[in-house]
Design a binder for this molecule. Sequence first.
Ligand SMILES: NC(=O)c1ccc[n+]([C@@H]2O[C@H](COP(=O)([O-])OP(=O)(O)OC[C@H]3O[C@@H](n4cnc5c(N)ncnc54)[C@H](O)[C@@H]3O)[C@@H](O)[C@H]2O)c1
Length: 253
Amino acid sequence: MLFSKEFDGKVALVTGGSSGIGKAAALAFAQAGAKVVIASRGVEEGEQAVHEICARGSDAIFVKTDVSQAREVEALVNKTVDIYGRLDCAFNNAGISQIHPITDSSEEDWDCIININLKGTWLSMKYEIAQMLKQGSGAIVNNSSIAGVIGIPNLSIYSASKGGVIAMARAAAIEYAKSGIRINVVNPSFIRTPILNKFPTKQLNKFLEEHPHPIGRIGTPEEVGETAVWLCSDRASFITGENLIIDGGYTAQ
Ligand SMILES: NC(=O)c1ccc[n+]([C@@H]2O[C@H](COP(=O)([O-])OP(=O)(O)OC[C@H]3O[C@@H](n4cnc5c(N)ncnc54)[C@H](O)[C@@H]3O)[C@@H](O)[C@H]2O)c1
């Protein structure tokens, strides 16, 4: 449950905010009063998300960004500050997945997934933290996955990228704890978003039947997005370096 004016006067950046979990978080930030910057590669989807937020009476902009490119991420943070004057919260959520056994995966697969999921998160933190240090405060949440915590077959590169996000965020949380910047991670299990289209439907259904979620269903984008927003809120003011699993009990089995 988010409070309607909780983020009044605050500015929130969501990478991958045009779709799925990121879009749910962007809508939740806006509903709670934040001005929202949506960054992603897909222009049409990004502008649609902004349109939805503005139609509800909130303020948002879209900035086309490839998070694996340093110059584009630096420009994203600069544009955020140029337009809204500050950066209070960031949900580093942009990511891709690929389902292949190791032996069928290529060096290009490795470079592409690691560059977006791991390097992209690092670049996002690098430029966001630089701005937050000037302000003396900030809250960052990075989106990892239960694949960064437990073994899931055919996800070796994705798992490496997500495990890296967890380790990196922990180090960063300690590094900036005294600077007023909190850094946390969310680890969703299977959430119904377009990223699951990468899984052949039959293979996914079979896998989920064999490895059911104790809660009896997979999760929704809102269940993750709203948790990320809550972690950015002042109600989570004593939480940093945390690796929060959002999985309906999946990894507790
Ligand atoms: N859906 C799941 O089951 C699940 C589970 C665990 C973790 N996650 C993670 O959640 C995050 C969001 O995924 P989703 O499920 O909402 O999928 P999605 O495909 O709906 O959203 C992915 C978003 O990332 C953006 N994106 C991809 N590459 C980008 C790049 N190079 N630069 C900028 N933006 C880029 C896309 O444009 C899109 O907005 C990902 O990091 C994913 O790994 C998803």
